[in-house]
Ligand binder design. Structure first.
Ligand code: IMP
Ligand code: MG
Length: 188
């Protein structure tokens, strides 16, 4: 099915909403103490906003922080390096943290964020990702909570972008190529 902007839908709004509620209950069942959610910007902003409200419904009262990291510059190819564009402000020592990111692909972003916060003395650094790509990790790291397994395609929507476009879509999809219908009648 094609949504607006010729984006082929992979995970629709209701599937995402349902999975967010399930994940929130899984996270609550892990019994985190003094929980600080750290949303990894920018791609996770929509997922984090929904997951955090689902965490509230699941009975948790997390504090919320933001960590802006950059691994993809322009386009769709990873630079292989992770840079901190904006750091968390809160003290993380001794606390249970939940990193929230959009996609686990090579693993570099999540490994970097986990190592950074663990080195600052967090008691435990859990990670929730909306999508886990079915590709080999370049860095050994795992997410504790995964929304969906994702095929090895470049996805957009629900916060994720290509060149800052498509973040507003309420679903996750793949940009459809403009394949014109073949001209069966050989018209001029
Ligand atoms: P990793 O460091 O290779 O695991 O990549 C993780 C980050 O790359 C994610 O947090 C996304 O921001 C970005 N990313 C990876 N794949 C995609 C994609 O298909 N669409 C949009 N962003 C992506
Ligand atoms: Mg990201």
């Amino acid at each position: 099915m094609l949504g607006p902007s010729r984006v082929r839908i992979l995970f629709d709004e209701s599937a995402i909403a349902q999975r967010n509620e399930e994940m929130a209950r899984e996270i609550a069942a892990a019994g985190p103490k003094d929980l600080l959610v750290v949303a990894v910007l920018k791609g996770s902003f929509m997922f984090a906003a929904d997951l955090i409200r689902a965490l509230h419904r699941a009975g948790l009262a997390p504090q919320v922080e933001f960590l802006h990291l950059s691994s993809y510059r322009a386009g769709t190819v990873s630079s292989g390096q992770v840079a901190i564009l904006r750091d968390v402000e809160s003290e993380v020592r001794g606390r249970d943290l939940l990193l929230v990111d959009d996609i686990l692909e090579s693993g570099r972003t999540l490994a970097f964020a986990k190592d950074l916060l663990a080195a600052r003395g967090a008691r435990q650094v859990l990670a929730a990702v909306l999508l886990e790509k079915r590709v080999p990790r370049q860095v050994e790291v795992r997410a504790d909570f995964v929304g969906f397994a994702c095929p090895d395609v470049f996805v957009v929507g629900y916060g994720m972008d290509v060149g800052h476009s498509y973040r507003q879509l309420p679903f996750v999809g793949v940009v459809a190529h403009d394949d014109p219908e073949p001209d069966l009648f050989g018209g001029t």
